[in-house]
Design a protein around this ligand. Structure first.
Ligand code: ZN
Ligand code: FE
Length: 277
């Protein structure tokens, strides 16, 4: 089984798994690059996984339908442009003889799901297709859910095995790293990873897939419990010249539980990133 990333639009990846004959694709926002990839390798499209309803993830579904011989597994709670097989968290779905576990990850959209393959046939570590929930060194914007939901969703993904390959849908890594380095300037692993990513991009290569063990070391959105991240968020919320517009200071009452505090750090970190240029 081979895992490849088909580039689409400016910075999307449409992940494809194939065995030389049959293929499945994840989040085909555009049909043309998928059809070209399939034709060049004489692959049959046997299934599609969809993580959420945004156009850059589902825009190719209609045009792929005529060549598709298999199901489209998609979030049960979202409206999609074509009929799909609805999926809930906890459910298992099978494609090309592989069993994917569906994980509910609300936040970016209300019904966003991720697909987790614990034991892929290539034995190169579990696979996670997480759409716009987890990015390398970043995370998706919270459009439809709450920061608490998004934080919880990210924590669920972070609890998967460290060797898990993280297949995100966007090549946002370098711009995410600029922000991450601002949050944690003293994180040596972050600096090393940034240099590696810059070299990859200079060669026109993807920075993805990442791994969970790496993300746990460098992704500020998975590190809200770290003192350095909490400190940076507090300082950033005090720093702006226009203090009236600054986000509220962190809740620091002695009764605030560590988990609540992590959610608060997450919410302010996400807000800070939204405004970061
Ligand atoms: Zn999206
Ligand atoms: Fe997207």
């Amino acid at each position: 089984m081979k895992l490849e990333a088909i580039a689409a639009f400016a910075d999307n990846y449409i992940w494809i798994l194939h065995d030389g004959q049959n293929a499945l694709v994840v989040d085909p926002g555009d049909a043309a690059p998928v059809l070209q990839f399939l034709a060049e390798r004489s692959l049959q499209l046997s299934g599609i996984l969809v993580t959420h309803h945004h156009a850059d993830h589902v825009g190719g579904l209609k045009a792929l339908q005529p060549v598709l011989q298999g199901p489209i597994y998609a979030p049960a709670l979202e409206t999609l442009p074509v009929p799909c097989t609805p999926c809930h968290g906890g459910q298992k779905v099978e494609l090309l003889g592989m069993q994917f576990e569906v994980i509910d990850v609300p936040g970016h959209t209300a019904g966003h799901i991720a697909f987790y393959l614990a034991s892929p046939p290539d034995d190169a570590g579990p696979l996670l297709f997480c759409g716009d929930t987890l990015f390398s060194a970043g995370c998706g914007r919270v459009f439809e859910g709450t920061p608490a939901q998004m934080h919880h969703s990210l924590q669920r993904l972070a609890a998967l095995p460290g060797a898990t390959r993280v297949c995100c849908t966007h090549e946002y890594t370098l711009s995410n790293l600029r922000f991450a380095r601002t949050v944690e300037p003293d994180n040596a692993e972050l600096k090393r990873y940034q240099q590696w990513c810059e070299a990859r991009r200079a060669q026109g290569l993807p920075t993805l897939p990442s791994t969970l063990q790496l993300e746990l070391q460098i992704n500020p959105f998975l590190r809200c419990e770290q003192a350095a991240v909490a400190r940076a968020v507090t300082q950033a919320s005090r720093a702006p010249a226009d203090t009236a517009a600054a986000p509220s200071a962190l809740c620091s009452t002695p009764t605030a539980k560590a988990a609540d505090r992590a959610v608060e750090v997450f919410a302010q970190l996400r807000q800070w990133k939204n405004e970061f240029r």
